[in-house]
Design a protein around this ligand. Structure first.
Ligand code: URA
Length: 240
């Protein structure tokens, strides 16, 4: 793995990359004044979100108190996956399982999402998964507009850092926030949208939790996944 790629993986996993100091010699004892320093300076709490690295962004999110959801969360749920992923999956908000685990889509809906991805040849580890909001809304209610707005810069930065080739918006809350519309998912699916900034192709599909309640719509979700596959393989972008 090349050095740049290795660094991106480590950064996305929240691991600080340490630099040897200039002039360091292998085997030479390091004196107290020479103790290693992080490559980056200590994160600047005032730095704009749009300028943050993966590590800084993760730390900023973990400390976030921009909306009241921080009062009831166990922990923030930042996102997970390959920082070089070509596909970014964006859900709604962490549920109880995710709040406990600190990882998106780990419950039953997550298992179905994994199966949906596997169906187009993608392991969960090969994509990047995030949510519109990073903290669990109490009682699994939909996130309020002000909560989604407070979290928006974090998701925008994740998208900018990842620069995915395709975005898959799962569910109404995700589609509405990403596309700035209130149209029903049933009307948004079946075509390729564009996410701005970045002009990134975006496909809308049903939320896996909804599909667990309405398995008869899985065939439509399969069409949506096939549209994602075609976009990733540069075939005709139209959903079936
Ligand atoms: N539903 C979501 O939208 N996101 C999760 O992380 C879990 C369930």
């Amino acid at each position: 793995m090349d050095e740049q790629r290795r660094r991106r993986y480590l950064e996305a996993m929240g691991i600080q990359v340490w630099e040897p100091r200039a002039g360091a010699q292998p085997g030479r004892k390091v004196t107290a004044s020479e103790t290693p320093r992080p490559a980056a300076e200590a994160p600047d709490a005032e730095a704009p979100v749009a300028s943050l690295s993966w590590v800084e962004l993760r730390a900023r999110v973990a400390a976030c108190t921009r909306c009241t959801l921080h009062q009831t969360r166990t922990q923030t749920v930042f996102g997970v996956g390959d920082p070089n992923a070509r596909l970014m999956v964006i859900g709604e908000a962490p549920g109880a399982d995710e709040d406990r685990a600190g990882e998106p889509f780990v419950g039953r809906a997550g298992q179905l999402l994994n199966a949906m991805l596997e169906a187009i040849g993608l392991a969960r580890e090969q994509v990047y998964i995030a949510n519109i909001v990073k903290c669990r809304p109490p009682g699994n209610r939909d996130p309020h507009a002000d909560e989604a707005a407070a979290c928006q810069p974090y998701l925008q930065r994740q998208i900018a850092l990842l620069a995915p080739e395709v975005i898959l918006a799962v569910g109404r809350v995700s589609a509405h926030n990403l596309l700035g519309t209130e149209e029903a998912v049933g009307r948004l699916r079946g075509r390729t949208h564009r996410f701005d900034p970045g002009d990134i192709p975006l496909i809308v599909t049903y939320h896996p939790a909804y599909l667990l309640r309405r398995p008869q719509d899985k065939a439509k979700a399969w069409q949506d996944l096939q549209a994602v596959y075609r976009l990733l393989h540069a075939e005709s972008p139209e959903a079936g």
